[in-house]
Design a protein around this ligand. Structure first.
Ligand code: GLV
Ligand code: MN
Ligand code: MN
Ligand code: MN
Length: 415
């Protein structure tokens, strides 16, 4: 596999072309689930897959499955993949490297004359990012049966649109949501290529990471209703300002994470909207989304409870009505040691050092790990920066990742 014909220039060109499909001007990439940009990006990537002659299937929630048929089509396939949706103000590599990189890995394997025994499938997951519905990994949760169809049907975006309505508009309305969940043993393995989104590989000058564990994410949504009024006329003792309650809650999130006793607890209030949003009006409503994660469940869960208690206390003291929802409370994923071993072997054969690591970001791998042996291949990104327009991995770093992915897929698909 040392001499696989990976075309780094073609891959970089495709990454740049895909980045140009965005709701915001370059260098920003914004592709929210089922937005015009997301739909055009899906078409772009499906076009590339057709060029390579691969069969495409889509499910009712918009997960896309691209298959290179193996000699024995009855064997569970080996899967790879990632996402092409992007949060507002994102960069061009998060998720994309694992999708376009996998197409390049498949092309290179085909050109080398490799014939897989098992089929190889590339999955482009719907909405790894939580932007639209507040819940991440929507597609992979449903594939794994980790989100009920009832809960999925109850999801609403900030404009009140349902998943049902949006998937219908996106052209997936005719497909049956009951068929999204995968049958047991559909895949023998899942390996996701991704940028690290952290600084360690770059700092230690190591080209490849292999993931042994993915930290446990959780998300809370808090809706606050106070009393609005004229900013000049309502005197301070009379106020029930929803924004100020939200501000105190955001500080309580910071404190809960800082004092959890674990250096791995991280808490972020990443969404904070207020209404009516007029300078001379007391905010009557606020809407917060809180992201809380940890590598260990006990400290994450204790911090979560502390935040929930703080919400109740702050709202009571300030005379604010609240609705608190746990959008998701997930366990960490433990990766498969045999697969970790295959990635280590691939790195060894290619002369690329591989570091064992934890993923602090979540990925569709978190849910694929619930249904088949899973691991991830990381590549360095500059300064560890991600979820920002200046996110960057070099063509050489990406090519290394694709080489390790291709070699690992070949090993897994050979028997
Ligand atoms: C996914 O993008 C995450 O927030 O980890
Ligand atoms: Mn992301
Ligand atoms: Mn990602
Ligand atoms: Mn992610």
């Amino acid at each position: 596999m040392n001499s696989l014909p990976i075309d780094g220039e073609r891959l970089q060109r495709q990454i740049d072309e895909l980045a140009a499909i965005s709701a915001a001007p370059a260098p920003v990439v914004t592709r929210v689930l089922f937005s015009e940009a997301d739909l055009r990006a899906r078409e772009y990537v499906k076009g590339l897959c057709r060029e390579v002659g691969l069969a495409i299937r889509e499910d009712a929630v918009g997960n896309v499955f691209i298959r290179w048929e193996g000699k024995d089509e009855k064997l569970p396939a080996v899967a790879t993949g990632s996402h092409i949706d992007a949060i507002p103000n994102a960069g061009r590599y998060d998720g994309v490297v694992g999708v376009l990189g996998a197409i390049e890995a498949i092309r290179a394997l085909q050109q080398s004359g490799f014939k897989p025994q098992r089929s190889i499938e590339l999955i482009i997951f719907t909405a790894e990012e939580p932007t639209r519905f507040g819940i991440g990994c929507l597609g992979s949760r449903l594939l794994a049966g980790a989100l009920s169809l009832e809960k999925a049907a109850s999801l609403r975006d900030p404009e009140g649109k349902s998943l049902e309505e949006l998937r219908d508009q996106a052209g997936y309305g005719g497909l049956d949501m009951k068929q999204v969940r995968l049958a047991p043993k559909t895949y023998s393995a899942f390996v996701e290529l991704h940028i690290e989104q952290g600084p360690l590989l770059e700092k230690e000058n190591i080209p490849i990471g292999v993931v042994e564990k993915i930290a446990a994410p959780s998300t809370l949504r808090v809706q606050l209703t106070g009393v609005g009024g004229h900013a000049g006329a309502v005197l301070m003792p009379e106020r029930h300002d929803a924004m100020l309650a939200g501000a105190e809650i955001a500080l309580a999130v910071e404190l809960a994470a800082l004092k959890s006793g674990s250096p791995d607890t991280v808490g972020t209030t990443g969404v904070f909207r207020i209404e009516p949003g007029a300078v001379n009006s007391v905010p009557c409503r606020a809407w917060l989304e809180i992201d809380l994660r940890d590598t260990q469940l006990p400290t994450r869960d204790a911090a979560l409870e502390k935040i929930e208690k703080s919400v109740a206390e702050i709202c009571q003291r300030r005379g604010i009505a609240f609705v608190l929802e746990r959008l998701n409370v997930d366990a960490p994923a433990i990766c498969d040691q045999a697969l970790v071993g295959r990635v280590l072997e691939s790195g060894d054969e290619l002369g690329l050092k591989v570091k064992k690591m934890i993923s602090r970001a979540y990925h569709d791998s978190l849910f694929m790990a619930q249904i088949c042996p899973t691991t991830m291949i990381f590549i360095p990104c500059r300064g560890g920066v991600s979820h920002r327009p200046d996110e960057y991995s070099s063509p050489e770093q990406i090519k290394n990742g694709v080489a390790v992915l291709a070699s690992t897929l070949a090993k897994l698909a050979s028997k």
